[in-house]
Design a protein around this ligand. Sequence first.
Ligand code: NAD
Length: 248
Amino acid sequence: LQSGVERLGDMIARAKTIVPFTGAGISTECGIPDFRSPGGIWTRNRPIQFEEFVASQEARDESWRRRFAMEEVFAAARPGRGHRALAALHRAGKIPAVITQNIDNLHQASGFAADRGIELHGNTTYARCIGCGQVYQLDWVKRRFEADGAAPNCTECDEPVKTATISFGQAMPEDEMQRATELSQACDLFIAIGSSLVVWPAAGFPMMAKNSGARLVIINREPTEQDEIADLVIHHDIGEALGPFVGN
Ligand code: NAD
């Protein structure tokens, strides 16, 4: 770990523009389980596809029940060492924005403005109508669910209300994809942190950065399919690896 952190420190010091790309692994120390580790969310629940959510009230009810079951976990989570290290490098002017697959709002909570935390898979801390895009607070959804015994529809257009996340089968957000592409192509150091790099198209950004001339670092406890194209791979705990960069 020591030599990896030293090499990373050296690469960070030399870089002009660093773009981090984060996955669920950066938030496990904040108490939010990832998807694919043992004990991860998928070892318990099959994901509900977007098509099912749209088609079935039962699927919507189940989806919201799962979200409410995670309520305390998301509400109690605070930024970890990884989030804080990235926020420190952001304040220092090294990181223009972070690209994240996470939906937990923790980059924003650590100091990235809303437009500097690029959420490829949306955000689970609020809800939206899938028809007109109207935003709803989770409390409102919960009250309606409890009153009616079923997941609510939009008060404006009567389409289903869903957490503001991107489900499997749902279109990727165009602006976010565009901005992530520009950042990946313009940086000179790209750091993939806590992602198994198997969810596409998000997993394409490390290679895009590499192909555009950036150096690529991967920090993840387990090996990933893209380790072989990286300039530096750190197979350790993220909090340990990025802790030295948290600063004061
Ligand atoms: P993933 O679960 O597929 O992979 C997480 C990776 O992080 C694993 O390879 C694991 O070995 C590693 N990891 C976990 N804790 C670590 C730690 N402390 N130190 C080092 N490595 C650690 O997650 P993914 O690649 O982000 O893809 C899953 C999808 O799940 C994403 O698209 C995201 O939308 C969603 N998701 C988000 C959250 C969140 O917002 N926190 C949580 C679970 C899933």
